[in-house]
Design a protein around this ligand. Sequence first.
Ligand SMILES: NC(=O)c1ccc[n+]([C@@H]2O[C@H](COP(=O)([O-])OP(=O)(O)OC[C@H]3O[C@@H](n4cnc5c(N)ncnc54)[C@H](OP(=O)(O)O)[C@@H]3O)[C@@H](O)[C@H]2O)c1
Length: 280
Amino acid sequence: VVTGGTDGIGAATARRLVAEGADVVVVGRSRAKADALRAAAVPGPGRLRAVVADLSEMATVRRVVGDLAGMVDRVDLLVQAVGILIARTEHTTEGIEKDFAVGYLARFVLLEEAAARGLLHPGTRLLTVAASSRSVPRYAQMEFSDLAEVERRVGMRSHGQAQLANDLLTAQAARRYGITAIGYGPGSVDTSIRREVPALLRAAIKPFFARTTRTPDAVAVQVVDILADPAIPPGATVFHDKRGPFPTAAFVADPARQADLLAVSLALGARTARPDGRAG
Ligand SMILES: NC(=O)c1ccc[n+]([C@@H]2O[C@H](COP(=O)([O-])OP(=O)(O)OC[C@H]3O[C@@H](n4cnc5c(N)ncnc54)[C@H](OP(=O)(O)O)[C@@H]3O)[C@@H](O)[C@H]2O)c1
């Protein structure tokens, strides 16, 4: 299953997995992109199916997992690549800041729901695409101990907290879900994620990353190699960037910080569920 599988890193990963013979379900927002991806899939032993849904709504995320449960018995590989980059302030109809909702909370709710429905198993490998790095730079260090403060973060600050939250979730995912958890920081990748950033600003920052920017296809080769790496044992927690594996950053390894994020995530998740605890 590849979330954010209709464009960018997710789509390239889905294409490569299908070419390698996997039975892939992509989850993305655009029906047209999903259809184009299916039409272009390399004929071979693999299969590509799509679930089209807006993952900014957690009620929809839960419905999507219900759809997945009707399509597959279990999920062996879960690549979480859904995400956006919006510099403005926008909230979903469920009242969650949109960048955080799409780029982090949807991934968390999807994992929780997949675990509850028995789709995850000890052989499942989760690979989460985020800004994972060997140490968390000072400007990106944020706390999750105060829900109100988490909710006050908007714009690029919220994008940053979504990236950090993904790493804090990866660091506890093996324990919480009984799976293998891989946090992957691709570095700069030439996708359309900056489509909502003003064109002038986009043009201004492009030269800074030009030399190190990779194509989504190049990133997908590495992602699939990591997913298939026999040296990663079941139940392991691994962080990886384009240079290779690295130990969990000290800021991310802190169990108290991980617990704070979990509490915040459960509280936000509960707010978006019906009173009976079922999908809205
Ligand atoms: N690109 C980079 O340089 C870079 C670097 C580090 C980390 N990352 C992270 O990697 C992830 C993937 O980035 P990317 O560059 O591949 O982005 P991208 O090309 O824009 O792809 C994003 C994917 O997420 C889907 N998506 C966005 N909003 C959605 C929604 N509301 N509901 C359902 N699906 C939605 C998109 O679906 P549609 O296309 O169908 O709308 C698309 O499949 C992001 O989380 C990003 O923060 C990227």
